[in-house]
Design a protein around this ligand. Structure first.
Ligand SMILES: [Fe+2]
Ligand SMILES: [Fe+2]
Length: 474
């Protein structure tokens, strides 16, 4: 499927999900008005609310698409989280009190399984739905307008935003406990302050409300801990939690790489650090870029001694081979890596990056030598990687970080004046040879990546002073 079709398919599924979940949530809102065997809400009212929800989620979809988060799996997580808080609120409103509703679960699940941006977007969409539900109860059920409910929702909104703001991509499920304690304390303090200042209830009642806020946040955490692995598995998500396991040095394939191909291992770590900074600079998933870089050259495990970074004893097996045979051995590491990662059930995107990180560029070291000895009569296709070209921005980032790491390491460059022209040329060469034609990376993002790499390498390639040796006589 072409790039355009793939993008349209994602967008189409995201909007279909928005409409589907809006209908379900409109039905849920109708249920709030169910009394004595009938719905108190008029059919027209239900339709209007359905359209309102479609509008809210379409705006959320639009903002997500703007920030390139419109992959339908992510949208599914966001809508399921919203639906969960809507249903729990309805149950709590009917049988207990709204204060018990674990509304934090929406923000927690989304920040954990998708990212911070989507969590902020869906938290605001979710609270719009919840406010609409309160309004429906006042209008159709005749429940007196209560500012307490609004205050309650606003306190939950503030604590949800705090949870998202404090969240860090390297947090695991245990770190979430600290997050929820912060949210619970913020809710409790706000609730106590609002109760003490604006209502006439006594201190004990205000304290009790504060305690219930804490309880509902703990319930949100428990729901999140139960549901997050289920959603992760059902939707096959590459979550930060999963990626953190892949970038751990206890990961068996990384251990094998460090033992059998130490040069490639260190190169992969260096590429990982550069890719991480580039991803951060253009708003991509930092852990995904790092994990993809760590495993991009894993195919070299099949014959590590054929790659210069692992030739520590000075012996180069390519001296005994023709250029074409050397190129065959070198270029196959992309396919081998893809197969290894696919066989070991790694996330598809990591396997894709292993296959795509050289695109269909030529192995210039051998190609140029062949051109020199044949006076230009060389079939360039025999010196090319088989491709495909990067199909996503993570592949593009790893391709650039890989090329730049290898080139700057070989030349030992340290100053901005030395690094900038080289990195600029390397990226330009990749772009002009069409390596980024199949991924939606922009010129502006390429410029940001270039500047980020220059800054990163000025820091990491700094010259060290030679330590003086001690004079034996002293
Ligand atoms: Fe490679
Ligand atoms: Fe590499």
């Amino acid at each position: 499927m072409s790039k355009l079709n793939e993008k349209n398919k994602n967008l189409l599924i995201s909007y279909a999900l928005a409409v589907g979940f809006s209908i379900v949530m409109a039905v849920c809102t109708m249920c709030l008005t169910y009394s004595d065997g009938a719905f108190l809400i008029s059919p027209l009212g239900a339709v209007v609310i359905g359209f309102l929800y479609v509008a809210v989620f379409s705006v959320a979809n639009g903002i997500c698409a703007l920030y390139r988060i419109n992959m339908y799996k992510n949208m599914a997580v966001m809508y399921i989280s919203t639906l969960l808080s809507v249903i729990t609120l309805i149950v709590c409103m009917r049988y207990l009190s709204a204060v018990f509703a674990p509304l934090l679960v929406c923000s927690l699940l989304t920040v954990l399984l998708v990212n911070k941006r989507s969590a902020f977007i869906i938290t605001f969409a979710n609270f719009t739905v919840l406010l609409t539900m309160c309004a429906v109860r006042w209008i159709y059920v005749g429940i007196e307008f209560s500012p307490v409910e609004i205050v309650y929702l606003l306190i939950k909104l503030v604590s949800s935003c705090a949870v998202i703001a404090f969240y860090r991509p390297n947090y695991n499920r245990i770190n979430l406990i600290g997050e929820v304690v912060v949210a619970g304390l913020i809710s409790a303090v706000l609730s106590f302050a609002v109760g003490a200042v604006f209502t006439v209830q006594d201190v004990v009642s205000s304290l009790m409300d504060a305690v219930w806020y804490l309880v509902s946040d703990v319930a949100s955490l428990l729901l999140c801990l139960v549901l997050s692995p289920v959603l992760e598995w059902v939707l096959r998500l590459e979550t930060n939690l999963k990626l953190l396991e892949y970038i751990s040095f206890d990961q068996p394939l990384l251990k094998e790489l460090s033992e059998k191909a130490p040069g490639t291992f260190h190169h992969s770590l260096a590429v990982g650090n550069l890719a991480e900074r580039c991803a951060n600079a253009i708003g991509e998933n930092v852990n995904l870029a790092k994990a993809a870089a760590y495993f991009h050259d894993v195919g070299k495990l099949q014959s590590p001694e054929f790659f210069s970074e692992n030739q520590t004893d000075g012996y180069n097996p390519h001296n005994d081979l023709t250029f074409e045979n050397s190129v065959k051995i070198i270029t196959r590491h992309t396919e081998v890596g893809y197969k290894m990662l696919t066989d070991k059930h790694f996330p598809k995107i990591l396997a894709d990056v292993a296959r795509e990180h050289h695109g269909d560029s030529t192995v210039s070291y051998f190609y140029i030598q062949a051109l020199n000895i044949t006076e230009g009569e060389v079939d360039s296709s025999a010196y090319r990687y088989p491709g495909p070209k990067p199909s996503n921005r993570i592949s593009a980032i790893v391709m650039i970080a890989d090329t730049v790491e290898a080139a700057t390491r070989a030349r030992k460059l340290t100053t901005r004046e030395e690094l900038y022209p080289l990195i600029d040329k390397l990226i330009k060469d990749k772009r002009e040879s069409g390596q980024f034609d199949n991924c939606d990376i922009t010129m502006r993002e390429l410029a940001v990546i270039r500047d980020t790499l220059v800054e990163a390498l000025i820091g990491s390639n700094h010259k060290r002073v030679n330590y003086p040796t001690k004079n034996r006589d002293n």
